[in-house]
Design a protein around this ligand. Structure first.
Ligand code: ADP
Ligand code: MG
Length: 196
């Protein structure tokens, strides 16, 4: 179950992982995209952290909403609206039910798919969100699930986003957005949300 405290911890841990690994994320994006995923995400989570530090949320939904808005308005690349929409949909779902983590993440994934129109197997962040949600729903999420989902993007051929332009050449490289989503879910595991 999500609480104000563990949700704040989740997003703070996510922000820290992005900041610590920004250079690596951009390096991954250099191979199959335009090399900005780390700097994009770092700018977004910095704004998000500032926003969260100032806020006095009364509900879990009150945390996700400003977090979403700061990602949408501070990330130039495709990943900003995608993560932002995910968190915005999670905010709406949390207002309905902050206990069902599976439903919360499903709402986030539905937002990503509505905005980006990618399917499972297209070598995007969806290839991490989808198996992770399945594991959450089976009460089986652990870091190995996350790691395996991220690694599995290596062999996929990109069909959506900038990496689709390099087509076959994307095979053999991790998807940068899958890696940043991996940090999102590692942060979730470390936050204690799963134990609550
Ligand atoms: P840009 O591609 O505009 O430079 P980023 O480099 O910040 O944006 O983000 C790239 C990541 O966004 C990709 O690695 C992929 O995971 C994700 N992505 C791109 N397009 C889509 C899409 N249509 N649906 C889901 N995820 C996508
Ligand atoms: Mg990019």
């Amino acid at each position: 179950m999500l609480t104000i405290e563990n949700t704040q911890t989740w997003l703070t841990l996510f922000a820290d992982k992005i900041t610590d690994n920004a250079a690596y994320l951009s390096e991954l994006d250099q191979a199959i995209g335009d090399g900005d995923h780390g700097s994009n995400m770092a700018r977004g989570v910095e704004a998000m952290t500032q926003e969260l530090n100032q806020a006095t949320p009364e509900t879990v939904a009150d945390i996700f909403k400003p977090a979403a808005m700061s990602l949408i308005s501070n990330i130039g690349g495709a990943s900003g609206p995608l993560y932002g929409t995910a968190l915005l949909e999670m905010s709406k779902q949390a207002a309905e039910d902050a206990e069902d983590l599976g439903a919360l993440l499903q709402a986030g994934l539905a937002g990503i798919q509505k905005r980006g129109k990618a399917q499972l197997g297209d070598k995007t962040m969806i290839d991490v969100w989808s198996p992770v949600i399945e594991a959450v729903e089976n009460s089986a999420l652990n870091k190995e699930t996350v790691y395996n989902a991220v690694e599995a993007t290596k062999e996929l051929k990109a069909e959506k986003g900038r990496a689709a332009y390099v087509g076959e050449r994307s095979i053999g490289h991790l998807d940068p957005g899958a890696v940043s989503s991996g940090y999102f879910f590692e942060a979730l595991i470390e936050s204690g949300v799963l134990n609550g």
